[in-house]
Design a protein around this ligand. Sequence first.
Ligand code: DX5
Ligand code: ZN
Length: 210
Amino acid sequence: MKKISPSLLAADFANIEREVKKVAEAGADFLHLDIMDGHFVPNLTFGPPIVAAIKKVSTIPLDVHLMIEKPEKYVDEFIAAGSDYLTIHVESTEQTAELLKHIRAKGVKSGLTLRPRTPIESIKEFLPLCDLVLVMTVEPGFGGQSFMMDQLSKIDWLKSHRQQADLNYLIEVDGGVSNKTRPYLDNADVLVAGTYVFKNDYTLAIQSLR
Ligand code: DX5
Ligand code: ZN
């Protein structure tokens, strides 16, 4: 059964505690937190103090997606804030392998992701260091965009490579996930959904994605 990781980006930010509890009660497995710095992506969200505040009220693991330049400057703060999964973009740093190892050494699950235009082969060498690989099916930066069908081949590639290379990362998909796009996602393990969960009945939306 798939794990569902609702993206808080689409929640009511004036009521974060209530939203976190409500979506966990609705059956969410993880809580996806989108961290944007206004440089790596043209949008801003929030940083470690808000992650730490969410950690205090969350009963489910935090799945933190860093869309920031030079994540090496901030990973320790996001680890201290209580990230359970911490995902970095391969385009955002020169230190991908070092960072993935560092995250694991701190007892946190390591995640790696890539922009839609980045070829999947560019992350191949790092996959033995990953607990999770995130396939972006929209351009990172904003919720509510349309799902990019041309990214589906990355999911299939990751699944067959995982078997061939005897690896065990989770395959996660983020961007435009809904009941309409769910039929294409059988090969994924974790589905991120922002708009679809938070703009519908949370329980029904989560159930429809499993
Ligand atoms: C986009 C973010 C996504 C976003 C998904 O940069 O990484 O997590 O919140 O939103 P929806 O599900 O609305 O496409
Ligand atoms: Zn995300």
